[in-house]
Design a protein around this ligand. Structure first.
Ligand SMILES: [Zn+2]
Length: 342
């Protein structure tokens, strides 16, 4: 990206109320069949238009065609039975009734490739596409087949790599893997988490990113955050391995978080997507608040490697709030851009 401080979002944006119940995760679709397919494409167009109108530089599909950032991808795979459900603890935080791995997992057809081609056809701006990371995927399933978190993660990494290569061929500029689980399972991150993620991006020529956050602004996550104390040092655990990894970009939660900004020093040399928009509150940041976070990050990231972004996805927010936050992000980045360019 030639532009200084190019803006982007972590991924998801609210869906229109004619497509799915607003302000809800896992919201059921309101249409079906051909009408649903058309409506998803229309929503993708609207979502793109809102990003462009707000001045967002690196755009996405707003995740309009998926119900959930992990579940929808897994639904398209073989080997997982969605009718056979077991209760597991997700990210050590809350119990959920999840599908079971019942056989070898595989991808018999592309998942998001047609959507990516459609988005590519709508804009000449750089596009970023989000996929779940292997560790976050295994954490949303009951595995009665491989009976090994690591083995299942390697299998998912191979599948993600197939999808990523086709997304790249479809014209995606940045492929992002969402790994909120990296903030929870530190030993596994270091033993095989980063390694499986690198397997997922093997052979890619486009840029790659990993998004590590403290989750959507839902109650289970905000309650968990209250237990983390005054300083959130979780990133410290994965950063040394990530610095040595082949990933180009690390996407982080920085706005209103208690992450000490100097931790970013540990990934010096990487591009950093700095979350300067809090997705766990309806109050819309002022451009000055966004600029303030970016200035703090600039102490530890070179200006040409700083990518202003959001803390996480904005799917659970109202469209009005999300729209306001997109505009604030761009206005805040513009303040700092002008300061840097003198
Ligand atoms: Zn996130």
């Amino acid at each position: 990206m030639k532009k200084l401080l190019p803006t982007s979002t972590a991924g998801s944006l609210p869906k229109p109320s004619w497509l799915a119940e607003p302000e809800t995760l896992w919201s059921p679709w309101k249409l079906e069949g051909e009408a649903l397919s058309e409506a998803k494409q229309d929503a993708l167009r609207v979502s793109l238009q809102e990003q462009l109108h707000a001045g967002i530089d690196i755009v996405s599909d707003g995740e309009q065609t998926r119900q959930h950032f992990v579940t929808t991808f897994i639904e398209h795979l073989e080997g997982v039975d969605f009718t056979k459900r077991e209760t597991v603890r997700i990210r050590n935080r809350y119990d959920a009734n999840v599908p079971s791995v019942v056989g070898d997992v595989s991808r018999s057809k592309p998942v998001f490739v047609e959507d990516a081609k459609f988005l590519r056809g709508q804009t000449t701006q750089p596009i970023k596409w989000a996929l779940p990371g292997p560790m976050t995927m295994i954490d949303t399933l009951y595995d009665g087949h491989y009976k090994s978190r690591e083995k299942l993660a390697w299998e998912f990494a191979k599948i993600l790599n197939q999808e990523a290569k086709e997304l790249e061929a479809a014209g995606v500029d940045i492929i992002q893997f969402d790994e909120p689980a990296f903030n929870v399972f530190f030993d596994e991150v270091n033993d095989w988490g980063v390694a499986t993620l690198e397997r997922a991006l093997e052979g890619l020529k486009c840029e790659t990113a990993v998004h590590i956050c403290y989750g959507y602004g839902i109650k289970a996550n905000t309650d968990w955050k209250k237990t983390l104390g005054n300083e959130w040092r979780q990133y410290e655990e994965a950063f040394p391995k990530l610095r040595k990894s082949k990933l180009d970009i690390i996407s982080l939660e920085c706005q209103n978080s208690r992450v000490p900004m100097d931790l970013i020093e540990l990934i010096r040399g990487k591009k950093v997507m700095v979350g300067a928009i809090d997705v766990a509150t309806d109050s819309i940041e002022t451009p000055e608040q966004v600029a303030d976070t970016l200035r703090k990050a600039l102490q530890f990231v070179d200006a040409d490697k700083l990518y202003p972004s959001t803390n996480c996805g904005m799917a659970p927010l109202s469209r009005r709030v999300a729209r306001g936050k997109l505009h604030a992000l761009n206005a805040g980045a513009e303040i700092v851009r002008r300061e840097l360019l003198g």
